[in-house]
Design a protein around this ligand. Structure first.
Ligand code: SMG
Ligand code: MG
Length: 376
């Protein structure tokens, strides 16, 4: 069991190396909530860190960074405090203790991660060993934002391929879909290629989206709205490109529904979106049992979560390359030792816990708000 002494919630604003444009926004910096938990495990003092996937604005999902800070302080931490008074708190029980709070999965995931990091550091166990992962590296894919022009897109993609990325994902939206995909496919006939629409289409666009079937894509990710499971199933039947869900899968229960409906041949597992690494594992297990491939998505993680994503992606059902790129894909300066791409792969970390202790100077340089909350 773990006993929390206090929690520090920080909002950091970290500049991106280049703007990242999707169908819903252009990000020039990542606003990230970092959760630092000071705790005791079996009497030993430990510090655990977690990162919240929520963006600054509720445009990818309904969560947003300052809202995550608020719900954590007002509604999540009091429930964990109650649990620890009964000596019933561990990373593995966080989900149960927070179940009464509806949604807010990214906020919950960050807390669970921080506790799990602390527990594993206390035990001297790496996250990969905790999961039973034996792979020591995972193939690295890169997510390419919407560009100003097709020549520019070609250059950007070429640059990532030169760095060794094993799979290219192109962000698409109405007006930026068939032609950019055609251009990249013509330049690179054999490169593993997929697209992500972030819910920018409706089923009325089915005939248009079918034109993407010509480009031998690994998958199309989340073409329709988050709650359109039935319509994704219908679109899946109309296209030969495998249907992959991101935003729609927020839990193992919604993954089960998506699979039963035929709405997902592939699932993007994002630990933050689904409420944490433990739920991610359950979705992996469910999908694997159904023969549904999974891969690890990303929310522009800093070093507080990038390595844990790599460890998760070492599980056997992760058969497609994830959005687990090098730190340098997004950041000139990461919070930890940067993750690097080596022969197209990212190493699965072997240090204890989920992440390295972040560099205090980097945290201070990027910090915009800080709240210290006693938990008793
Ligand atoms: O972390 O490499 C990454 C980003 C991957 O494209 C990515 N994420 O819908 O999959 C997705 C997006 C969500 C974040 S966009 C700001
Ligand atoms: Mg996506």
């Amino acid at each position: 069991m773990i006993q929390i002494d206090h929690v520090t919630l920080r909002e950091l604003r970290i500049p991106l190396v280049t703007p990242f444009t999707t169908s819903f926004s252009t990000q020039t910096a990542r606003t990230v909530v970092a959760v630092e938990v000071a705790a005791r495990v079996d009497g030993a003092e430990v510090t655990g860190w977690g990162e919240c996937g929520a963006l600054a604005e509720p445009v990818y999902s309904e969560e947003y960074a300052s809202g995550a800070v608020d719900v954590t302080e007002r509604f999540l931490l009091p429930r964990l405090a109650q649990a620890q008074r009964a000596d019933a708190l561990s990373a593995e029980t966080v989900g149960t203790h927070l179940e009464a709070v509806v949604g807010h999965r990214m906020a919950k995931a960050a807390l669970e991660s921080a506790l799990l990091d602390g527990q594993l550091k206390a035990a001297g166990t790496s996250f990969a060993d905790y999961l039973g992962v034996t792979r020591d590296r995972v193939p690295s894919g890169v997510s390419v934002g919407i560009q100003d022009s097709i020549p520019r897109l070609r250059d950007v993609v070429q640059g990532y391929l030169d760095e060794g990325y094993r799979r290219i994902k192109l962000k698409i939206q109405p007006g930026w879909d068939v032609e950019p995909v055609r251009a990249v496919r013509e330049a690179h006939p054999d490169v593993p290629l997929q697209v992500d629409a972030n819910a920018a289409y409706t089923l009325v666009d089915a005939a248009h989206l079918r034109r993407l079937d010509a480009f031998d894509l690994l998958l199309i990710e989340q073409p329709l709205a988050e709650d359109d499971l039935r319509q994704h199933a219908e679109l899946a039947r109309a296209m030969s490109t495998p249907m992959c869900l991101d935003e729609s899968v927020v839990s193992v229960a919604s993954a089960a529904d998506a699979i039963a409906l035929g709405a997902a041949a592939v699932i993007n597992i994002k630990p933050s979106r689904v409420g944490g690494y433990l739920e991610s594992r359950r979705i992996h297990d469910l999908a694997r049992a159904h023969g549904v491939a999974v891969w690890c998505g990303g929310m522009l993680e800093t070093g507080l979560a990038r390595g844990a994503n790599a460890a998760l992606a070492g599980l056997p059902g992760f058969t497609l390359p994830g959005d687990i790129s090098a730190s340098s894909r997004f950041y000139d300066r990461d919070l930890t030792t940067p993750y690097v791409i080596d022969d197209g792969h990212i190493a699965v970390p072997s240090f204890p816990g989920l992440c390295e202790e972040p560099d205090g100077d980097a945290v201070a340089a990027f910090q915009t708000t800080e709240r210290v909350i006693d938990v008793e």
